[in-house]
Design a protein around this ligand. Structure first.
Ligand SMILES: *Cc1c(COP(=O)(O)O)cnc(C)c1O
Length: 454
């Protein structure tokens, strides 16, 4: 074996602690080391190519090594790589803020930059909390948050407090603030024991009642619009989000829309909220913001929220939160180029065809053995594998069925990453139909093969 490669493998084992990765199992096998990428393909050190079936952790939009994005980055590099946004401005972050405000649901006029999805949500939580202490008629008792079962909003302790993935977060319980929880609209395993065919979205009425009963102490409701991603691609029924907006508005509770995973075309429109005509009080953006190039996030909010933070410096109404690389010019420049590429009719007119094609492939899977449920919104989908289709009994976790299927896919040149036993498909939005077919054919074969002996 090439000594340089052997060295990299050894150093990866010796030093790199991978996120969300059981390291003992990881270190037991040779790592897959990516060296370069082109379009929807990643290439390892041997030049073997892999279709990027999960958009490099759900963030890639136009593919990799995109000439327009590369040159925006290079152009900015010739000027300056980084200057602080603390009390100082830079050109691309101003332009990006302006562009985001133009695109976002109207009324979202103020842009607070940070680095990741986790920080975008953390910022919204802290702003909402501080808002109620400083708004024209302060409501200091409004300190609590309501979120959904299965919610995932990032890994900071604030985000984990509003999150609800026991698998990831149970351990940290003693460090978290208490949060009100409404049932997830997980129709396949309805928390209320109902059937989507005959229900009236009673789960959202539980949320409505909770908001009404707790309006006095609720600062905000936090929600992943349309799709609860990390929970397993749980797609909410039509009208769910609208109802959440209506009740929060009625009760004077702020709405934080965590669009970290669903914005920038992922669910078929620029923002998921627009599909239900919703303007949240906070819109959290990250993953696709830079087209999948650099870490950059934004929390958009309204003039009403912003104005509660104004006053003479000594009044202490300032939002004392920020990150060293907040508003990084390289990130902002590439985000602007990403938005420029999204401002293209062909992109949007091609998208429904891709969404339909993915739907057709998923329908083919829906009747297969051990496929419990298929869920899709836009180019975002999950296939839930179960031991028993009739009782919906899950596979025993030791089988790691999701991981097993993704392993088979990797052998066939497709990179996927499961959420438990939900196999996730989130291709770059720029994927061509022929590659989408290829991806889905591999998915189909690997699911059938993966579950065959069970
Ligand atoms: C990924 C994700 C986050 C966290 O974003 P990071 O950039 O990984 O910190 C937050 N919310 C949702 C809905 C996500 O999918």
């Amino acid at each position: 074996m090439d000594p340089a490669r052997r060295q990299l493998e050894q150093w990866d084992r010796d030093h790199v602690w991978h996120p969300f990765t059981p390291m003992q199992a990881y270190a037991a096998e040779p790592p897959l080391i990516i060296e370069r990428a082109e379009g929807c393909f990643l290439f390892d050190l041997d030049g073997r190519k892999y279709l990027d079936g999960v958009s490099s952790m759900w963030c890639n939009v136009h593919g990799h090594h995109v000439p327009e994005l590369d040159s925006a980055l290079r152009g900015q590099l010739d000027r300056v790589a980084h200057t602080t946004l603390l009390g100082l401005a830079n050109v691309p972050s101003i332009q990006l803020a302006r562009r985001l405000v133009e695109l976002a649901p109207s009324g979202l006029t103020r842009v607070f930059f940070s680095d990741d999805g986790a920080t975008a949500v953390e910022v919204a939580l802290k702003m909402a909390f501080q808002f109620w202490r400083q708004c024209p008629t302060p409501r200091r008792e409004k300190t609590r948050f309501l979120s959904l079962g299965g919610a995932y909003h990032g890994d900071t302790l604030g985000d984990v407090s509003v999150g609800d993935l026991a698998r990831f977060h149970h351990l940290f319980q003693p460090l978290l603030f208490p949060t009100l929880r409404a049932p997830s609209p997980y129709c396949y395993r309805c928390p209320l024991g109902l059937e989507r065919k005959s229900c009236h979205i009673e789960c959202v009425e539980v949320l409505v009642d909770l908001v009404r009963q707790n309006a006095e102490t609720l600062a905000a409701v936090v929600i992943e619009p349309l799709v609860q991603g990390a929970a397993g691609m749980i797609t909410a029924p039509d009208g769910y989000l609208r109802r959440v907006r209506d009740v929060t508005r009625e009760c004077g509770v702020l709405l934080i829309a965590d669009e970290v995973a669903v914005a920038f075309g992922r669910t078929g429109s620029m923002f998921a909220c627009s599909q239900e005509n919703v303007t949240p009080d906070f819109l959290c953006l990250a993953k696709g913001l830079t087209g999948g190039y650099l870490p950059l996030a934004a929390t958009l909010t309204t003039d009403a929220v912003y104005e509660a933070f104004l006053g003479r410096p000594e009044e202490g109404r300032t939002f004392f939160h920020g990150h060293t690389y907040t508003g990084n010019p390289l990130g902002a420049a590439v985000a602007l180029a990403n938005l420029y590429l999204l401002d293209n009719e062909v992109f949007w007119s091609d998208l429904p065809g891709k969404i339909d094609r993915l739907r057709a492939h998923l329908q083919r899977l829906a009747d297969q053995p051990h496929v419990g449920d298929v869920r899709q919104r836009g180019l975002m989908a999950g296939v839930e594998l179960v031991d028993d289709r009739h009782t919906k009994r899950p596979f025993s976790p030791e089988l790691r069925m999701g991981t097993r299927v993704c392993r088979l896919a990797r052998e066939r040149g497709v990179l996927l990453r499961p959420l438990g036993d939900v196999v996730v498909v989130i291709p770059p939005l720029a994927i061509e139909l022929s590659l989408l077919d290829q991806l889905c054919d591999v998915l189909y074969d690997c699911i059938l093969e993966g579950v065959r002996e069970f």
